[in-house]
Design a protein around this ligand. Structure first.
Ligand SMILES: C[S@@+](CC[C@H](N)C(=O)[O-])C[C@H]1O[C@@H](n2cnc3c(N)ncnc32)[C@H](O)[C@@H]1O
Length: 332
């Protein structure tokens, strides 16, 4: 299955957002087509893989080493096709000889791709991997009611580019944090509002649009960004650090509005920021949006036009306080 097929499989089957969901993806079919186009034209996946290659060992260093030959336990929430999980597990297996991983995702096709990927990785022969076809919300309310010998807490939990989809960011972060051992690590990635030329383009567009007297106001879509996660971490008082990673998107074809792909990408810009597609903007607004996008672009030697985007990688380390209290109580 190609990356594109995978994305179509994954995103084509996302649940329809319920009333209380913050992120709305009206016109879902249109949104998924435009999302595919976005993924096809950006290097987000390659950049994340490179980050794992070069930087994941720093996260691994923070993960508490298991004592007395105990198994080190990982959970990948919204793991999708496991492309990131496999890279992280390969690195981790060099340090942790006994490794157990649970991959959670509601999409069965994606989990199937993950399983196939593992089969072709001899370096994962010694890693015990299980898969759970489930949403993060369902899973978070089931196994950790009590942490028994059979369902112990984890040393590392990641949520990469998936918090857009859960019903509550705070609920997910709090519940999965509770599933960590003291000193355990959580890794979260999400799009950033800073250094995000698509976000800036739309902000500029909104300002210009609100100055027009005849134009009907655009309807906002409350997409989530990394600062929404940071606000939650601050509220919960969790210790965290943030690393920003830049990637780029080829917007050639958008500016002339000629190609089908270009139009789909314009839909992505609109649908992730407002609850309407590009076609549904007034002609005047379409022109204003293109002008804003043109101002944000950088042209490269090969005649392509790119915009810069950023996602944040947030590392949360669970406080050791609980463990220290337990030790003190043990001494008493
Ligand atoms: C953008 S993909 C990221 C996949 C993977 N983490 C990666 O970085 O390659 C988002 C994933 O979240 C999954 N997802 C959607 N809703 C979810 C939910 N409620 N709970 C858990 N995962 C969910 C999708 O099926 C998809 O695999």
């Amino acid at each position: 299955m190609s990356c594109l097929d995978y994305c179509t499989a994954v995103f084509g089957r996302l649940r329809l957002p319920s009333k209380e969901d913050k992120m709305r993806t009206l016109k879902e079919h249109q949104y998924h087509r435009s999302l595919d186009e976005f993924l096809r034209r950006c290097d987000q996946e390659q950049v994340m893989l490179k980050w794992i290659q070069n930087n994941f060992s720093r996260v691994l260093d923070k993960i508490p080493s298991s004592l007395n030959g105990e198994t080190t336990r990982f959970i990948g929430v919204g793991c999708g096709n496991g492309i990131m999980d496999v890279e992280m597990l390969k690195k981790a297996s060099e340090l942790h000889p006994r490794l157990h991983n649970i991959g959670i995702d509601p999409n069965g096709d994606a989990l199937g791709v993950f399983k196939e990927r593992v089969q072709t990785e001899p370096r994962l022969d010694n890693v015990n991997i299980e898969w759970t076809q489930e949403t993060a919300e369902k899973y978070q309310n089931v196994p950790p009611k009590s942490f028994t010998k059979e369902a112990p807490r984890s040393h590392f939990i990641h949520m990469l580019h998936m918090l857009y989809h859960v019903s509550s960011i705070e609920g997910a972060i709090q519940k999965y944090y509770d599933m960590l051992v003291e000193g355990g690590v959580m890794l979260i990635s999400l799009a950033s509002r800073s250094n995000n030329q698509l976000y800036n383009t739309f902000k500029k567009f909104e300002t210009l649009q609100s100055n027009q007297t005849n134009s009907s106001p655009i309807e906002r879509n409350d997409k989530r960004y990394s600062d929404d996660v940071i606000a939650v971490l601050e509220k919960l008082g969790f210790e965290y650090s943030v690393e920003s990673v830049e990637y780029r998107l080829d917007v050639s074809g958008c500016l002339e509005r000629k190609t089908e792909g270009g139009k789909l990408l314009l839909d992505f810009v609109c649908l992730t920021n407002a609850a309407q597609s590009y076609e549904t903007l007034s002609e005047e607004n379409q022109r204003v949006l293109i002008d804003c996008l043109k101002e944000s672009c950088t042209s490269t030697e090969d005649g392509k036009n790119h915009v810069k985007l950023t996602f944040d990688i947030i590392t949360v380390v669970k406080s050791l306080e609980g463990a220290i209290k337990e030790q003190v109580n043990g001494i008493k």
